[in-house]
Design a protein. Structure first.
Length: 319
């Protein structure tokens, strides 16, 4: 009857989201008076999970699941939930988890709440708070099914370390031949991904061209941040579409979002509104982004950003 958590990984290593959902699962388990079981797919070292409240890890080693496949992963998690007789399954709100969650909900005949931002306010009925209307409002809802699936919004709960060790158990779910197979995956290397980033530095048409993107990348490097861009920038081919953030691109829920030369179209603001602190640098004091920002600088990015980089480097040198 333990709480089951799916811990996302890449190339055999856990993502930051894995530790956040484990922390959340521990909080739910404490409310229910039970333990936390995690399912880890093709991860060799699972020892870190014990530091975030996980009591037991079901280790899956399956070559069929080397690359993410929504139906295959959903089937593995479903069988783990049935084995553990769990009533609560915790996922992240990553793109991959949002793909597999509906399949898992059907397989377990479960209710599913996405973009949850806090621990349950009540256990009976099971009541959670989530964002709605592209992060413009909050919704409180109850999941009334026997099995419940919770999708935790990124950076909503944080990492809560616990002292403990997780036991390991080999688990071999029965996975039939998949209808879709992955031939290859091309990803940028040595860069912080937007999904995992606590800080995102984003640029718009105010940068005037791709040749000026160096100041975005340098600021991101100093801050240990991911780089992103507005839709017009990716449409113009200045930056890859994988960096496009907003309602029509990748959603951002970072702790700090810095927008440089971005006016703030409603679709962009809707996609980054879940970020905790928003900073805008723009020459136009009437840019819509200033109304949504926590901090704003009216100025030329080619003057402001190099000075900001210089100050940050000097500050870090003193640490």
């Amino acid at each position: 009857m333990s709480v089951l958590v799916y811990t996302e990984s890449e190339k055999g290593k856990f993502k930051k989201a894995a530790f956040e959902v484990a922390s959340y699962a521990k909080a739910v388990a404490d409310q229910l008076g039970t333990t936390v079981t995690a399912i880890a797919i093709n991860v060799s070292d699972i020892s870190e999970l014990g530091n975030y409240g996980v009591d037991k890890v079901l280790k899956v080693s399956n070559t069929t699941l080397e690359s993410f496949n929504a139906s295959g992963y959903a089937e593995a998690i479903k069988q783990a939930a049935q084995k553990e007789e769990t009533k609560v399954v915790i996922l992240s709100s990553s793109t991959n988890s949002k793909y597999l969650a509906p399949l898992l909900a059907v397989g377990l005949n479960a209710g599913y709440a996405s973009n949850v931002i806090a621990a349950p306010s009540n256990i009976s009925p099971f009541t959670v708070k989530r964002t709605a209307f592209t992060n413009k409002a909050f919704e409180t809802l109850s999941i009334n099914t026997d099995v419940k699936i919770v999708g935790l919004s990124n950076n909503a709960f944080g990492l809560i370390e616990k002292s403990g060790n997780a036991t390991e158990e080999d688990f071999s779910p029965s996975i039939s031949e998949l209808n879709v197979t992955v031939e290859s995956v091309d990803k940028a290397s040595n860069k912080v991904s937007i999904a995992d980033a606590e800080i995102v530095v984003s640029g718009g048409r105010g940068l005037k061209g791709p040749e000026n993107w160096g100041i975005i990348e340098e600021l991101a490097s100093v801050l240990g941040a991911a780089t992103a861009c507005s839709k017009p920038v990716s449409d113009l081919g200045w930056r890859p579409h994988g960096e496009h953030v907003g309602q029509t691109g990748k959603p951002v829920a970072s702790n700090l979002y810095i927008a440089i030369g971005i006016s703030g179209a409603i679709q962009h603001l809707a996609g980054i509104n879940a970020s905790k602190v928003k900073v805008v640098i723009n020459t136009d004091p009437e840019a819509p982004f200033f109304k949504a920002a926590d901090y704003g600088v009216v100025g030329d990015a080619f003057v402001v950003v190099p000075q900001l980089i210089e100050k940050l480097k000097a500050f870090k040198a003193q640490q």
